[in-house]
Each structure stands twice: as C-alpha cells, then as structure tokens.
Design a protein around this ligand. Structure first.
Ligand code: ADP
Length: 629
C-alpha cells in the first residue's frame, strides 16, 4: 500500500520533470527561431545597407552638382550626354532612397522629410532642362543654386542614415544579448532538471533494489514457513497414522473381549451392561473411522482406487446389509435397480458403498415408520461410461430449510441430543459429500419436515477396458467394520490348520488365539518378525497372520525375508493384519509379498474367510484336509 503511494508520487514527479524539460526545450526553440529571424533581417539590411544607399546618394548628388558647375563654367556648348548620364545615375540613387525597404527606418527622420520633398521638383526641372535644345544655361544655373542650397541637408541625411543603422545594430545586439541570457538560463534549468532526474532515478533504483532484497527475504521466510507447515502436516499425518494404530490396538482387544464375553453365561443385567458397552464401543469406532477419513480427505491422503466392479453385485451386498437394519426397526427397505445389465465399471467399490451405507443408515435412523428406498437409475450410457443416479428416499422426520442450509457442515446435527437419541457423529454427510465430489458427483437433498427426505447423487463411471472378470474382493477396505458376534459355525476339527500368529501385543494375541481356537486351528505365537523368520524354518505352517508394527523386525520386512527363503517355505500364505488403515497399508502389504491384508479390529468373518482361503490351500496339497463350506 505504502509502496504504491510512493510509486505514484514518484511517477507524478517524473511527469512534472519531463513536462518542465519539454517546456524549456520548447522555449529554447522559440528563441532560436527568433534569433534566426533577427539574423535574416540584419542580413537583408546589410546587403541593402541603408548607410551605403545614403552615401551613394550623397556621392551622386555631389557629382551631379560638380558636373553642372563645370558645364556652366565653360563657354562652349555643354556635353549634353555626359550631363544626362550623371542625371540618370543620380535619379536612380534617389529612386532607391525613396523605394528601398530599408529606407523605412530613415523615413521617420526629420532630415529625410526635409531633403526628399525639396529634391523632387528640382529633379523634374532638371529632367525638362536636359531634354531641351539648346540647353537653358540660366535654368541650369538656377537648379545648381538650389542644389547647392541643399548640400548641407544631404550631408545631414547621410549622417542620419548612419546613426539610424547604428541604432538598429545596437537594438539587435541588445535583443541577441537578452535572448542569449535566456538561453543560458534555460540551459542551466535543463541541466538542473537533468541532475535532479538522474538523482531520483538513482534513488529509485536503490529503493527497487532494497525492495527486491526485502521481497527475497520475505519469499525465503515464506518458503521456510511453508516447509515448516508441510513438515508439521507430515507430522500430523504421521501422528494420525500412529494414533490410529495406537487406538486400534486396544480397541481391537476391547471389542474382541466384549464379543467373547457375550458368549459366556451372564445374568440379564450383565447382558444389558454388555450391550450398552458394545453400543458405546461401536459409536466410538464409527467416530474414530470418520475422523480418520476426514483427516485423510483434508490432507489429500485419501485417494480413490477405481477397479473393475460388477455394480449389480455391489448393490446386492448393500441390500443384504441394509435389509436387516431396516427390518429391526420395523421399516421396509426397497431397492430398485434397472433391468439392464452393466459391463464392469471402474469404481472404488469401498467408497461407493461408504456413501450408500451412510445415506441409507441415516434414512433408517431418522425414520420411525414407513419406507426407505434406494432407487438406481441409468441416466446416460456411451461406449466409454455409464452415468448412474442414486436416490435414497425415506418417510422419516424430514428437515426444514434452516437445517438443509447447514446440512453438510462438520459436526452438524439437528439437535444436540441427536447423538444420544440417534447416535452418529455429524461427520457422515461431510465425508460422503467429499467422496462424491472426488468421484465427480454431488449430493443434493430435498426434504420437508415430517414428510421425509431424498438424497440424490450421480456418478459417471467409466466402463472397464478389461474383459469382465469375476473380481475377488479382498477385504482391503481401510474402513473398520465393527466386530460381530462369533458365529457357531467353525472349521472341521479333524485336521487342524497350523497358524503362526506374529503379534507383539498380548491382548491381540489372546483375541486372535481364541477366535482361531474356536475355528479349530492349531496356533503358535511369535512376538516379532525376527522370531517368525526363525520359527518358519523349524516348523511347518499352513498360514501366517502377520502384524506390521513390531519391535526387532516389522511384519513387512519379515514377509519379504520369508519370501526370499529357499524352498517351499517361501510360499507359505501370509496375511498381513494391521491397525494402520491409511491408504498405503494394503499396497505395502502386497508389495512385500503378502497374499492378503485385513484390518484390525479383527473381524471373525474376515478371519474365517482368510483361514479358509489360504489355510486350506496348502493343507489340501498335503492331502490332509478337504474343502469345507
Ligand atoms: P450423523 O452421524 O449425525 O448422522 P450426518 O453428517 O450423517 O451425521 O448427518 C448430519 C445430520 O443431518 C443428522 O444428525 C440429522 O440431523 C440430519 N440428517 C441426515 N440425514 C437425514 C435424514 N435422512 N432425515 C432427517 N435428517 C437427516
């Protein structure tokens, strides 16, 4: 701001200086032109000099007088031709004295006005006398007498001419001097202006240089601040990743133990307490998941991983999960899907499901009677993509305009008691909206109090360029799934699957041990990767469950080293299980050579699925176990 006013002031001064300089140069030009005119004028006067005219006139006047007096002094008849010649020359000088432009100066003089009018009649007389034959000598004598009488006046005229010219020259010299003085002053002024201008330019240059240096130091400071902010952000992300691990580990234990507790004999009151504890734990887990998602979204760490998916299957899974929830509240959940069959579409299945679960969960949560529906409609289709619209409609409490305006804001819930009444975190819609936007969509809402709400979003999903393959869905989702009660179904007991659990945390060891034990597995434990590496070389296993963060040697390094071992041991199925749910975790597991990845808290179903999938594979090759459904 200050810089700008300084700059404006400088420009103003520069403009003023330039204008003054231009004015000085223009004045100089005017004076130069005036001088040039004066020089021209004086040169005219010099070539047609007034003094010369006057002198020549006087000389011819005297010559004429002399010729006349000589003629009259002789007795013989006068030489008329010689007289006429004198007369003509004199007349020409007289004419010049009367008509020449430089005579203007002389005309105002008394001497001129006295002589010229007297001469005119004399010249006329002489003209007549010289034209007659024989010449009238008396007449000539008379004219000569008159001319003699004018002699002194003619002399005065010459002097007057000389003084007039002298005055003129004096005047010109004075004018020239004055102009010269002015030119000197103007030149001095120009010089001063030039000095001032170059001085100010120098000052300005110095100021610009100082500003540049200041700017550079500010840029440097900004760069440093940016770097500090970035490292603080990196620190924050790292902190979140660590915290997520630190939180999940005890959580894993807590939820697992609660679910184990459920299958022990309890009084009605104890069962009620347990249910409350499980409800609180689930809420805490949802909150934890949402906060982690939100921070991943904010730090740009959450990236979509589109893979070819069969949308019909995805929707069937959503239906299967939501149906029981609706039924438990006495609601009808209806899903309407168009008849058409879709090719495999490129989508991040986990994130599409997350949006749908969120919106349908809300619809069920805020509806006490009636219908909740998911209507999927195809809006457009080309060779490259299919555009689908998802509309989630309910007949619930609805929302007024004030609520709608604040709907996608963080931690917004209509009533403060909402969490207590309905559960939830107030983060779901913000996360869903961010995810929808990442996929190129936008969630819009229409709602009326007491009439229900409709949440709609459209996604343009590219058609997978790969051939339609049945896609195995690894449980790679970094979203935690609450532990469900252990199902009674377990694996066949006759041939135990040998599982090596590599886990440093005793509670987790215990939990996984109990769950695997219920499936009939034979379990060994190692506290770190190093021990696991030694154990697998001494004992045979069908499956390794490998934690990531462990002392001595972490799970990823251990996985890489097992894969590098010679012989069949290098091919033992390894499933990484970790509390790190940031995006890279599953990629890192695959890159290290693991077969699969499951996130903590460990879900009994997931555990059963991996044991069935990988544990049976190898035991089958030994011929000890047959496939179990
Ligand atoms: P929450 O975890 O509390 O559901 P959301 O961000 O998903 O957080 O929703 C924010 C708030 O928006 C909810 O607490 C509720 O007040 C309102 N809301 C969301 N969906 C609906 C709906 N289908 N019907 C009525 N109100 C809703």
């Amino acid at each position: 701001m200050l810089g700008r006013t300084n700059n404006q002031r400088y420009l103003l001064w520069l403009a003023l200086g330039t204008a003054s300089m231009a004015l000085a140069v223009a004045s100089l030009l005017v004076f130069e032109l005036a001088q040039r005119r004066a020089i021209d004028e004086s040169s005219v006067i010099r070539s047609d000099s007034l003094t010369a005219l006057a002198f020549q006139f006087e000389r011819e006047f005297l010559r004429l007088r002399q010729t006349l007096s000589e003629t009259l002094s002789k007795t013989e008849s006068p030489d008329q031709d010689a007289l006429s010649l004198r007369y003509d020359i004199f007349l020409s000088r007289l004419t010049l004295l009367r008509d020449s432009p430089s005579v203007l100066l002389l005309m105002q003089r008394e001497e001129y006005r006295k002589v010229i009018p007297q001469l005119t009649p004399l010249v006329d007389q002489l003209d007549q006398l010289l034209g007659a034959h024989p010449i009238d000598r008396a007449g000539l004598a008379h004219v000569l007498a008159d001319l003699n009488g004018l002699g002194a006046d003619v002399q005065q005229l010459t002097l007057a001419a000389t003084s007039e010219v002298a005055r003129l020259l004096e005047r010109q010299a004075n004018t020239m001097r004055e102009q010269n003085e002015l030119i000197i002053w103007l030149t001095v002024a120009q010089l001063v202006l030039l000095v001032v201008a170059s001085g100010s330019l120098l000052l300005r240059q110095k100021r610009i240089e100082a500003e540049r240096i200041a700017l550079e130091s500010i840029t440097e400071e900004l760069r440093n601040a940016h770097w500090r902010a970035e490292s603080a952000n990196r620190g924050k992300s790292q902190f979140l990743a660590n915290m997520s691990h630190e939180l999940r580990t005890p959580f894993n234990g807590l939820m697992g133990m609660l679910s184990l507790l459920q299958s022990t004999p309890m009084t009605v009151q104890q069962a009620d307490y347990l249910q409350t504890a499980q409800g609180s734990a689930k809420h805490l887990l949802t909150l934890l998941n949402d906060i982690l998602d939100l921070s991943a979204l904010e730090s740009g760490k959450l990236t979509l991983k589109p893979e070819p998916v069969q949308l019909a299957r995805v929707l069937a899974e959503v239906n299967a999960l939501m149906q029981p929830l609706a039924i438990s509240k006495g609601l009808t959940f209806q899903m309407t899907v168009p008849d058409s069959t879709w090719p495999d579409l490129l989508a991040d299945e986990t994130r599409v499901k997350q949006i749908l679960f969120n919106l349908i969960n809300n619809a069920i949560k805020f509806t006490s009677a009636g219908l909740v529906s998911l209507v999927v409609s195809e809006r457009a289709r080309s060779d490259a993509s299919v555009t689908l619209e998802f509309a989630i409609q309910d007949t619930g409490i609805g929302m007024d305009a004030k609520v709608l305006a604040r709907l996608f804001q963080r931690f917004f819930q209509v009533e403060e008691s909402s969490t207590r009444r309905f559960g939830g975190t107030g983060l779901g819609l913000e996360i869903s909206q961010s995810l929808a936007r990442m996929m190129g969509g936008e969630i819009t809402v229409s709602s009326k109090v007491g009439m229900g709400s409709t949440f709609t979003f459209s996604l343009q999903l590219p058609i997978s360029p790969l051939a339609s393959l049945p896609v195995a869905q690894p449980p790679s989702a970094p979203v935690l799934v609450p532990v469900t009660p252990v199902s009674a179904a377990s694996l066949p007991q006759d041939h135990a699957i040998r599982v090596l659990v590599v886990e440093d945390h005793p509670i987790n060891q215990k939990l996984v041990g109990v769950l695997l034990g219920r499936m009939g597995c034979r379990i060994s434990y190692c506290e770190n990767g190093q021990l696991a590496l030694q154990t697998v070389q001494q004992e045979a296993f069908d499956l390794i469950l490998m934690d990531v963060n462990m002392p001595v040697m972490d799970g990823l390094t251990a996985t890489r080293q097992i894969r590098a071992l010679p012989g069949a041991v290098a091919h033992i199925p390894i499933v990484i299980f970790t509390a790190d749910v940031m995006n890279e975790a599953s990629e890192q597991a695959k890159a290290a050579g693991a077969n699969d990845f499951i996130s903590k808290p460990v879900n009994i179903e997931q555990l059963r699925a991996v044991v069935l999938k990988y544990g049976l594979g190898s035991t089958n090759s030994d011929g000890r176990l047959v496939a179990v459904e």
